[in-house]
Design a protein around this ligand. Structure first.
Ligand SMILES: [Zn+2]
Length: 261
């Protein structure tokens, strides 16, 4: 269980429950310190949450979410944007969350851009994704064509008298070289930047379901999962249009999402 606590007006954590208790024992926090963990509706004073409370105090209400929740009985709340603590009357309510005055402009802009409140992900539209895939296709085709011409030219000059079998060997070698380029392009770009050049141009990126960075190994897995999406007549790609989180088949397999930046 990850706990958060208020420290000098800032949200600190996540820390383990044992660490939280250790902080209390060390006197770093006291019974009045506001704490929160996943599943709690509100930030609560430590003393109320961590010591035996009579039934009905409802310190823990599962599944009620927590960001920006108000603290009951205490006129303080946590800004959903910056995570700092403010007097409740200096914050502005937006739906279920509250933000501080300082964060209001950023928050309003995010709302206008269609981002979900409370740190949710804004999934990329399927047409935008197709645009990015198309652009990457052009980039890779150009690279492969250049490579093909180079290899072809060299073969022609150096091995004008070569046997047909050698030429087949060159073709197979070229195929694997191009495949390697295709894989490296995708894995390195996604692993390092979260986006290929096409996706960068379309201002979208690949993230994990939680919005985190995609590792190189997951990017590699996703490359092969994309082959599957393409192999079934592209249906794997089209699936994104009918998914609530705009997941293509390869996103489902690798548990990734494509979001707008
Ligand atoms: Zn704020």
């Amino acid at each position: 269980m990850n706990w958060y606590y208020a420290n000098a007006g800032q949200k600190a954590g996540p820390i383990e429950e044992s660490q939280l208790d250790a902080l209390r024992q060390a006197g770093q926090i006291n019974d009045e310190t506001l704490v929160w963990c996943e599943g709690m509706a509100n930030w609560q004073p430590y003393g109320k949450v961590r010591q035996p409370a009579p039934p009905g105090t409802a310190a823990q209400i599962p599944g009620a979410g927590g960001s920006g929740a108000t603290t009951s009985g205490i006129n303080e709340t946590v800004c959903a944007e910056c995570g700092r603590i403010f007097p409740i009357d200096s914050t502005i309510q937006f739906g279920e969350v509250r933000v501080c005055a300082g964060c209001k402009p950023i928050f309003m802009q995010k709302l206008a851009e269609g981002a979900k409140i409370g740190g949710g992900l804004s999934y990329a539209k399927i047409l935008t994704r197709f645009g990015a895939v198309f652009l990457d296709g052009i980039i890779l085709a150009a690279m492969n064509m250049l490579l093909g011409f180079t290899v072809g030219g060299l073969t022609f000059m150096q091995a004008a008298g070569a046997q047909p079998a050698d030429r087949v060997g060159v073709q197979i070698g070229l195929f694997f070289l191009q495949l390697t380029i295709g894989i490296s392009y995708e894995v390195i770009m996604i692993g390092k930047y979260g986006a290929t050049l096409g996706k960068m141009a379309a201002k979208i990126k690949v993230v994990t379901a939680e919005g985190g960075k995609v590792t190189y190994s997951r990017a590699l897995g996703r490359y092969f999962a994309k082959m599957l999406s393409a192999a079934i007549c592209g249906i794997g790609y089209i699936m994104a249009a009918f998914d609530e989180e705009k997941r293509a088949l390869h996103d489902r397999i690798c548990n990734t999402r494509v979001i707008t930046k």
